[in-house]
Design a protein around this ligand. Structure first.
Ligand SMILES: *[C@@H]1O[C@H](CO)[C@@H](O)[C@H](O)[C@H]1NC(C)=O
Length: 162
């Protein structure tokens, strides 16, 4: 039903789950971190985000979106982890809920928990459907482990135009 919603949530997920295992070093980021996603994590969070880049930035309806991100997990992330997500279109709340982090990762990105500690990066393309209603979207997402240790905090804000 709210297909566009899942695209937005996926976007946030992609940035939260730094999927592909990479060797010891963080790759340099070619372009600056996007302005539309703010990292509201602190030093105490499990995930230290190095960069998030989008192309095109901001995303455009009906166009593929490339997302590159890298970060460092200080602990393994396993079953029972969850994400509190709040999505608004303008002032209207479109979605508020708790999503199973491992389940989402497995369904959307063909990955399996546990996500090991260390450096992870993603380089992924998603389709942004042209059916997404125009307007200003804001997404607040906070991820936690089963025992309530925060993994990351992200806030995204973007406007989809004609
Ligand atoms: C990743 O984080 C760990 C501590 O959690 C740290 O020891 C390590 O140096 C970090 N790696 C990089 C490349 O920043």
């Amino acid at each position: 039903m709210f297909l566009f919603l899942f695209t937005i949530i996926n976007l946030v997920f992609l940035t939260l789950f730094l999927i592909f295992q990479s060797p010891n070093q963080l790759p340099p980021s070619s372009s600056p971190t996007t302005n539309i996603i703010k990292d509201c994590s602190t030093k105490n969070d499990i995930l230290a985000i190095e960069y998030i880049t989008l192309n095109p930035d901001p995303p455009i309806r009906g166009h593929a979106l490339n997302i590159k991100a890298a970060g460092n997990l200080s602990e393994t992330v396993d079953q029972g982890s969850y994400v509190d997500v709040l999505v608004r279109l303008g002032l209207v709340q479109l979605y508020k809920g708790k999503l199973d982090l491992c389940k989402e990762v497995e369904q959307n990105f063909n990955l399996k928990c546990p996500l090991k500690k260390g450096i992870h990066k993603i380089d992924s393309d998603v389709d942004v459907p042209k059916e997404i209603p125009m307007g200003k979207y804001t997404v607040d997402a906070q991820a936690y482990t089963k025992d309530g240790h925060r993994i990351a905090c992200l806030k995204a804000e973007t406007v989809f135009k004609l």
